[in-house]
Design a protein. Structure first.
Length: 202
């Protein structure tokens, strides 16, 4: 990697932590300069504006999350095991994700809202990829006879995402990991209850 590319990647990584913790409006160029050790001109050599850097930082943060899901799914075959792997991956993200501040999708969606429509659209697209992954996993489970045909993939996706994101919010608000652990325990039982029991008729 060329030195210019290395510098750009470093700026993105360090800015991603700042934006994820403090929000777009809460991060100043001075904050970015302090975090990167670069002068303003050094940053503007790679990004034309704070907006451009924020978008690149979100893309980096979202890709880090996505890579963790893909890695977790490599060895899982059944729909229930794949759903549980995604639940576990989200639940362990605060400890294992190389990103400060929690879930970048939720943080960006709340922070940008109507104030930064382009950044909000980025968050919506990233969330849609997660929803699609959950939805596809359920549909494949139905097609393979692992889940009954009456299972609603949209409903399952909403329940999993809403439960995990809500639990993460409580965990961060109270600084208490128990909230996320409870959500994981509940969702594990929930997805297990969806599967067809081979000892029973469908």
């Amino acid at each position: 990697m060329a030195k210019a590319d290395e510098t750009r990647a470093k700026i993105i990584r360090q800015a991603a932590d700042l934006f994820n913790q403090q929000g777009f409006a809460g991060v100043s160029m001075s904050d970015i300069m302090q975090a990167t050790g670069l002068k303003k001109g050094g940053i503007y050599n790679h990004f034309s504006s704070k907006d451009e850097l924020a978008l690149a930082a979100f893309d980096y943060a979202a890709s880090q999350v996505g890579q963790r899901y893909l890695q977790a799914l490599k060895t899982e075959r059944t729909a229930v095991d794949r759903l549980k792997a995604m639940i576990t991956t989200f639940s362990t993200a605060p400890d294992k994700l190389a990103l400060q501040g929690g879930c970048p999708l939720m943080n960006t969606a709340i922070d940008s809202d109507d104030a930064h429509p382009v950044l909000r659209e980025k968050a919506r697209q990233a969330m849609e990829r997660w929803r699609s992954l959950l939805h596809r996993t359920v549909r494949q489970g139905i097609q393979r006879g692992e889940l009954p045909p009456q299972v609603d993939a949209d409903e399952v996706s909403t329940i999993i995402i809403a439960t995990l994101e809500g639990a993460l919010m409580l965990m961060r608000l109270y600084d208490e990991p128990t909230h996320l652990q409870r959500a994981k325990h509940h969702l594990d039982h929930y997805v297990e209850s969806l599967q067809i029991n081979p000892a029973q008729p469908e």
